[in-house]
Design a protein. Sequence first.
Length: 491
Amino acid sequence: MIQHGGPHENRAAIIMVINMQNFLSYSTAAYGAGLSPGKRIFKVPGGMKAGRLAILMATSPSVIKLAYADFPYREWTVAGNAAVDSADFPFDAVMDAEGNIYLAYTTETDKTLVVARLILTANGWSFEGTSTVHNADENYFPSLMLETNGGRLWVSWCRQIAGQEILQAKYSSDGGQSWSTEPDDPGYEISSGTTTVYSKLIILGSYLYCLYARQGERLACRRKHVNVTQWEDEADIITGSGCDGDFDAAISADGRLAVVFDDGQLGFREFDGREWSGILTVDENGGYFPQVQYCGTVPVVVYLSEFQGVQRGMKYSRRESSGFSISGYLDPAKAVFDKVLGYNAGRADFQDLTAAAANDTPGDMFHPANACLLKEIGDALYLGMTRRFHYLKIIMSVAGVGGTISAQYFNGLEWVAFVPSGGQYNGDVLDREWLLWEDYVSIPTDWMKTIIEGNHLYWIRLVVTDPFLTGPIGSQVTTIANPEGVILMEP
């Protein structure tokens, strides 16, 4: 899984999530997380490098980089260039059975659609050149898919002309070195007459499916048998409003096609090759950047859920016998705190602020002894979770003036001060996304649980070392990282 967030000076951090998180790169690209239907992370299926993970990421408006890691995925290579002439728009990629990667993107200068070939070698991936898919008009939002058993490489994309967007498709029979028609010929027309269209190609059995959201009014699909030229007629999956790029699709082990989408509510449908099921609701409050994959025959949906209007948390839900389960946080360390305590040094007294830290009520985080969160030397805010965490989202209603704060963790013997990766924070900014450590791997291994007010947790405490002239008053503190998007690893 790739998570893109912005917890470090408004730059989008690209983070890898396996059993822990590794910081990989900052990104200044407009589409740092790409599109929900896109593919970014792959596992080499066989050969000498079987199991190696590869990630493609847009690190700037024109550069796409590739990084990789071998099991147990704790150490990643420095990201190397996969493309340096990309337009500031989403790309897509696919990996073949040999571990070679095909990368489709829009060129910066003339908005041509090209596919780069990245060949797996003993030393990583070697760039083997690009081929032009279409060099007329402007071309955006590609989706790539390989037919099974080493078949053709397909690409669908949005061709923009005269204010209209036309969904096109072409194929390559030689591994992306050439395409089914000349570069100035757009190939198959899948859909036309729209102002927005986003697509995803997927293979089910002997059929290639092109799923696409068009005009914000419908999510539809067309399909073709791999041995037949003609595409079948368009079939609607859903109609309504809000049908945009927030959708995804996956294939089950027993041959079902799942689609998850957001049209005000987060919905789910399945296709068994003959007919579509009814719509199941995953989350009635909707969701951003949904992803779907099967665990065997059970569909699991991962998505971003709005948290009290100021953050997006990463949640998941799985289908059960009567529908989808109540959603939970995918990463329990990116959630609300298990316990938040305010400590007043003058009275040697703790105040439970757990509920106040989790809700969106302005100015409800304070100690009654001095009507603020922190004030005098020794006052402290204790933040506790059952798991180690590395990030804070802090919202104040009153900013502190004049004081300084020391961030500390407990190492089993004593409290240890440390310099946070995100720099010093003294409660003097009303809204702060604060990295304590760059990623999970960077968290000190000697951080231990301890008991505070009967709660055995991993604690971070923020202790006043210089008194405040004006003490800060808090509104909310969580570890919800407000990510831009999530990409699940291709199975």
